[in-house]
Design a protein around this ligand. Structure first.
Ligand SMILES: O=P(O)(O)OC[C@H]1O[C@](O)(CO)[C@@H](O)[C@@H]1O
Length: 332
């Protein structure tokens, strides 16, 4: 099941564009001065990705929120985007109730549940994405594409993304075999190790997504952090603790788009990691733009999580421990 969902990523991006192009974005009552994107887990990571994707042409600040509350600045000048694939995540629904009281402009991205009902009954703008399986993380292509069209539709960013989609679709098709080979290699490297993933800040959402996929699909811990921030704290954490360090496999994402000073920082740190970690691997994403490189990495790293699940002998689909948590929460 998970295998076919990952295989379908390219087709998903294509269909997602069709949905995005057909959406209606109604004029807000007040000029939009800020955006809050709310969502959890696989339904929230799209917010982090879009924040990076749109950054170069953004006209207003964007906050990504992953909890029950919303920032105090939320007002009638806010565009609030509620993103929940199931439409039933309690944190997102509670945040939505709070912003309704502040008169914010609301756009919902969902496949159904209470969020879809609310969007329809309250007359909010919304994107309904297909509900082919109960697995938000496998439908990232659908949800995040609708966020991009929302930024375009509400005229909040000048960043052009459709060319990057065309480039991505060609890349994922032409490189399918190479992506498979690289993914298997990385899964072999991570097996029985703690993956520690580093990238420049513009790939922060991508590596958080990878961490989440390793957690949910492969059922193991993973750590991700960005340059240059990690140079100012986490780097010191490599100084001692051999027993832990000997279990680490460091993955460094190296892109020609990285900041010139970050490239130098990474060169220096690579030498440090090579002394301290069990393994150090570098990965260079393909594609010309940040968006294409990000999609390339997301797809490749999704496959890594799948092959690592196979090696760990676990079902990538089930998240029993989250179901247990939800069962306990429902009693309170
Ligand atoms: O809002 P959604 O689409 O239900 O999903 C949010 C997150 O919640 C979960 O469904 C589990 O609680 C995750 O798998 C998912 O990433």
């Amino acid at each position: 099941m998970m295998q076919s969902l990952i295989e379908g990523f390219r087709a998903q991006l294509q269909k997602a564009q069709e949905i995005g192009k057909s959406l209606t974005f109604t004029a807000p009552n007040q000029p939009i001065q800020n955006v809050v994107i709310a969502g959890l887990g696989g339904s929230g990571i799209g917010g982090n990705l879009v924040e990076s994707f749109m950054a170069s042409g953004l006209k207003v600040p964007v906050t990504v929120s992953k909890t029950y509350t919303v920032p105090n600045f939320v007002s009638a000048h806010t565009l609030f985007i509620a993103c929940s694939f199931s439409g039933n995540t309690e944190e997102t629904l509670q945040a939505l109730e709070l912003v309704e009281q502040r008169g914010a402009k609301i756009f919902c991205v969902t496949s159904g549940g209470q969020l879809l009902e609310k969007a329809k009954s309250a007359g909010y703008d919304f994107a309904q994405i297909p509900n082919e399986a109960p697995c938000p993380r496998a439908f990232l292509g659908y949800s995040l594409t609708q966020l991009l069209y929302a930024f375009k539709g509400y005229k909040l960013s000048d960043t052009e993304f459709e060319t990057a989609y065309t480039e991505t679709l060609a890349l994922l098709e032409n490189d399918a075999a190479d992506i498979q080979a690289k993914a298997r290699e990385l899964a072999d490297a991570f097996y029985n190790h703690l993956p520690v993933v580093y990238a420049d800040t513009h790939f922060g959402g991508v590596i958080t997504r990878f961490q989440q996929q390793i957690n949910e699909n492969s059922k193991q811990l993973c750590h991700a952090h960005v340059f240059p921030e990690m140079n100012h704290n986490e780097l010191v954490g490599w100084e001692s603790g051999d027993s832990v360090r000997n279990k680490t496999a460091v993955l460094m994402i190296r892109s020609g788009l990285d900041h010139e000073r970050v490239k130098i920082r990474m060169d220096i740190c690579k030498n440090i990691f090579e002394e301290k970690a069990a393994k150090v691997i570098e990965l260079e994403p393909k594609g010309a733009s940040l968006i294409t490189q990000s999609f390339y990495l997301i797809h490749l790293l999704d496959w890594v999580s799948f092959y690592l699940a196979e090696k760990n002998g676990v079902d990538p689909f089930q998240v029993n421990i989250i179901m247990h948590l939800k069962g306990e929460l429902a009693k309170v």
